[in-house]
Design a protein around this ligand. Structure first.
Ligand code: PMP
Length: 394
């Protein structure tokens, strides 16, 4: 029986047991006790390698990693855990696509359509592979109607975020996927922001590649996931060479391992995967839809409070757990520093999305990001201290 009780959920986050207010979850999420306990147990009691040794703890760790892979597949609706590759994060996942898939595929003058909403990590890898191959990166507003007019036989790949880390906007992936596949192009979705807030089903949406970082989903830093359709992953070249990505090796040649291992050279982030598996197991007992609605309500409350400020300009869409704005001519960093003195953590700056910032006509903004573990007291304290900060700064 799943449920979502905000205060109970919040109690699972030890970092919230002091006076500070954490509103920077879009940068990285806080970690639940279940994740901390599992990570500690791995380091304090059951340290062992995976897929290499035969003692009890090593076998147990290998089983946990398999289980984690299956949990990720279930979470995002993948057909098979063989389609789930462990990486260091969303950034590395996207670079794996560009270097092991796109680089082989792209010919001079082929086109990669990239939305203007993208975080640098879903733009720079495309710019790099375009340079390497002579392909072109085509700018797309993220508007569905515009996509149809940009698509052509030259289009090989379309890259879009599930949820913008600046505006919170969630593109209509179902319609986009339809258009992309009419042209036999491949759809790459950056799930770094979306995965924690919105259920995704890569199978139903017919997404070809999906990337996210575990640290934004209550998990450890330094770990990420690349989902790819099996047929695509199979045709991709290996990239990192090293232990356990091969079946056999000599000085003449090697035979690569099957999926998913051919992309996972070297000892993986074992503690990270163990911790993330604990997160995924723990999340199964919470109703995600209720959590999403709760966060939405909290965001609406925050926005209604923020609307009291004269000359506030919002860049984010309504209802989003990401609220981005500027006030008057006040510099966003001045607000961050004054709030920091009151133990309130927010993000300011260009938010790793310079092209989008330019389009929005600003050189930075204040970003407040909410999670189901935030509450109305967090919002009230933030608004109160923001008022004081503005009084000092105007
Ligand atoms: N995409 C989006 C939309 C993001 O918000 C982020 C992280 N800020 C990333 C990609 C990159 O994630 P990471 O830095 O964990 O690789």
């Amino acid at each position: 029986n799943k449920h979502f009780l905000p205060e109970l959920f919040r109690e699972n986050y030890p970092a919230l047991n002091h006076e500070s207010v954490y509103l920077d979850s879009a940068a990285t999420a806080l970690k639940p006790q279940a994740m901390i306990d599992a990570t500690l147990a791995y380091y304090a009691q059951n340290t062992a390698t995976t897929k290499r040794s035969l003692y009890q703890d090593a076998l147990q760790v290998t089983a946990t990693i398999d289980k984690a892979r299956q949990n990720v597949a279930d979470l995002i609706g993948a057909n098979s855990s063989a389609e789930i590759i462990w990486t260091r994060g969303a950034t590395e996942s996207i670079n794996l696509i560009t270097q092991s898939y796109a680089r082989l595929l792209l010919q001079p003058n082929d086109e990669i359509i990239v939305s203007e909403l993208e975080h640098h990590s879903n733009l720079l890898p495309w710019l790099i592979v375009a340079k390497q191959t002579g392909a072109k990166v085509v700018k797309w507003s993220s508007d569905v109607n515009e996509l149809s007019s940009l698509m052509s036989a030259k289009t090989k790949i379309v890259a879009i975020t599930q949820m913008s880390n600046v505006t919170g906007f969630c593109p209509d992936l179902a319609t986009i996927s339809n258009i992309v596949h009419q042209y036999d192009a491949v759809l790459v979705v950056d799930g770094a922001q979306g995965v924690v807030h919105h259920a995704i089903n890569v199978n139903l949406l017919d997404i070809d590649f999906y990337a996210f970082s575990t640290h934004k989903l209550y998990g450890p830093t330094g770990l990420g996931v690349l989902y790819g359709k099996k047929a695509l992953l199979e045709q991709m070249s290996v990239w990192h060479g090293g232990g356990k990505m091969l079946k056999s090796a000599s000085f003449d040649d090697f035979i690569q391992e099957d999926l998913p291992y051919k992309f996972e050279a070297g000892t993986p982030n074992i503690a990270g995967i163990v911790g993330f598996n604990a997160v995924l197991e723990w999340l199964k007992s919470w109703d995600n839809k209720q959590a999403e609605n709760y966060t939405k309500q909290l965001a609406c409350y925050a926005k209604s409070q923020l609307n009291q400020f004269a000359d506030i300009q919002f860049y984010s869409v309504d209802d989003s757990p990401i609220i981005t704005f500027n006030i008057n001519n006040i510099h966003h960093n001045d607000i961050a520093i004054l709030l920091s003195e009151q133990n309130i953590a927010i993000r300011t700056g260009e938010l790793c999305a310079q092209p989008l910032m330019n389009k929005l006509g600003c050189h930075g903004a204040v970003r407040v990001s909410l999670m189901p573990y935030n509450n109305q007291q967090d919002m009230d304290k933030f608004i109160l201290e923001l008022k004081s900060a503005i009084e000092i700064l105007v």
